[in-house]
Ligand binder design. Structure first.
Ligand code: 5AD
Ligand code: SF4
Length: 436
């Protein structure tokens, strides 16, 4: 029996899909890339913005015909939209076999048991040994939920309060991913750097994960500025495995709007975190999330977001149009006219892209260490995607000269042969020592 998964939304959802996939594989199911071959179709939904939810729901609608085409086919809907609108989903799509909200993902193994037991026949089972995921870059969830109450955000209500995994569990998940071939680990949490377990804090976790054998690179998503302490920044710089790249959502450059959003930091505090970060990791890239058109955002507030982009010179960023989410505090505020939000969105995108292009073009001619993920595509430590000319096997880390930065994916050629991971580590350690 095969299953097919479609995932909407953030990395946390991708990590949840991987986790659910492991449960299904442990039960003897095999993942397929082709929905026509599948007996189970799982849609992992997102509800962070209306657009994401709409896309998932129209896909679910189309699955009625998919299901009718094969006897015993099952449709499973999971994730944040499933948590928010379980009853609505069951009413609107009566053919669904199972709806599992985001808060229940950790119980998925047990919940899915019922689903598989209810199958009519065993005929379509081809008991294949579960395939091992050969994923070079793997996610490890370190915490679930969010204790913040940003006024635009639905996440706290669909994912609940923060729950932290133990350091031991995180290390054992990391070892499992490394044993499956992962060399790059991305630690995930809604406010990942607020992690605490006993006396351990996020910085301690970075050090501990770096010690796991075969882990060459560490990233994390998404940190909250409030917890971006000097200690976390210094640990990033001191631990060679931690990549030179930081995604730190700012949301707005206006203190008035930040306050309305209940973000718990000011523009000045955000800027001073960035200054500290750039001081200790001068070659690192910096990216962000921004929301335009939050209710009450004046032209002046919006200009402040633009000046923040200019001041901070992000290497790239995600610009979102504010989307009211039912039940959040901001949803009761009056929305700005759609055309105005659209206009601001375009202006903000144009500015962030201008810096992104400038930064990318500075990469041309530089040497970068690229971890090859698949089909000649890899990533620099600074998190640029690179297309490499030449023959390279996935899993290799190669030294590449960047030859073109016309598109979002840079292009490069291999030079100086391959670099050995161990040497690479030593190099980095001495670079670190020099930094003092
Ligand atoms: N409208 C628009 N963007 C949102 N985000 C979260 N909630 C909303 C919303 N209601 C954005 C934030 C967050 C990213 C994951 O999604 O920028 O950092
Ligand atoms: Fe949402 Fe704010 Fe929590 Fe991020 S920190 S998940 S934006 S409530």
């Amino acid at each position: 029996m095969k299953f097919y998964m479609r995932t909407y939304g953030c990395q946390m959802n991708v990590a949840d899909s991987n986790e659910m996939g492991r449960h299904l594989k442990a039960k003897g199911l095999v993942e397929t890339e082709n929905p026509d071959e599948a007996s189970v179709f799982l849609v992992n939904t997102c509800t962070v913005r209306q657009h994401a939810e709409d896309r998932a729901f129209s896909e679910i609608g189309r699955l009625r015909r998919w299901k009718a085409r094969g006897p015993g086919r099952k449709v499973v809907v999971t994730g944040c939209a499933a948590e928010r609108t379980k009853e609505y989903l069951e009413d609107r799509f009566p053919f669904l076999d199972l709806v599992v909200g985001a808060k229940s993902i950790e119980d998925f193994g047990r919940i899915a048991e019922g689903l598989l037991d209810r199958r009519e026949t065993d005929e379509d089972l081809d008991y294949v040994v579960p395939a091992v995921d050969h994923k070079l870059a793997a996610f490890v969830t370190i915490m679930r939920g969010c204790n913040y109450s940003c006024t635009y955000c639905i996440v706290p209500s669909v994912r609940g309060r923060e729950i932290y995994h133990s350091v031991e569990q995180i290390l054992s998940d990391t070892r499992a991913r490394a044993a499956e071939g992962a060399r790059e680990i991305t630690l995930l949490g809604q406010t990942v750097n607020s992690y605490r377990y006993g006396t351990a804090r996020f910085a301690d976790l970075l050090k501990a994960v770096a010690e796991v054998e075969d882990v060459k690179r560490i990233r994390f998503m998404s940190p909250h500025p409030y917890y971006m302490s000097d200690r976390v920044i210094e640990t990033m710089a001191a631990v060679p495995e931690v990549c030179e790249s930081l995604h730190l959502p700012v949301q707005s450059g206006s203190n008035t709007i930040l306050k309305q959003m209940m973000r718990n930091y000011t523009r000045e505090q955000y800027v001073s975190i960035i200054e500290k970060f750039r001081e200790v990791m001068p070659d690192a890239t910096l990216s962000t999330d921004i929301i335009v058109g939050f209710p009450g955002e004046t032209d002046r507030d919006f200009r402040e977001t633009l000046t923040l982009i200019e001041q901070t010179q992000f290497d790239w960023g995600f610009i979102f149009k504010y989307s009211p989410r039912e039940g959040t505090p901001a949803a009761s505020l009056e929305s700005l006219p759609q055309e105005l939000v659209e206009e601001r969105h375009q202006e903000c995108l144009a500015l962030i892209d201008r810096f992104a292009q400038e930064k990318r073009s500075k990469m041309v001619g530089t040497m970068q260490d690229v971890l090859v993920e698949a089909d000649n595509i890899g990533r620099t430590r600074t998190n640029y995607r690179v297309y490499i000319t030449g023959t390279v096997a996935p899993g290799e880390e190669v030294r590449v000269r960047i030859t073109s930065a016309q598109r979002a994916t840079l292009e490069g050629v291999i030079e100086d042969g391959n670099i050995d991971f161990e040497n690479f580590r030593e190099e980095d350690k001495s670079a670190c020592a020099n930094r003092g």
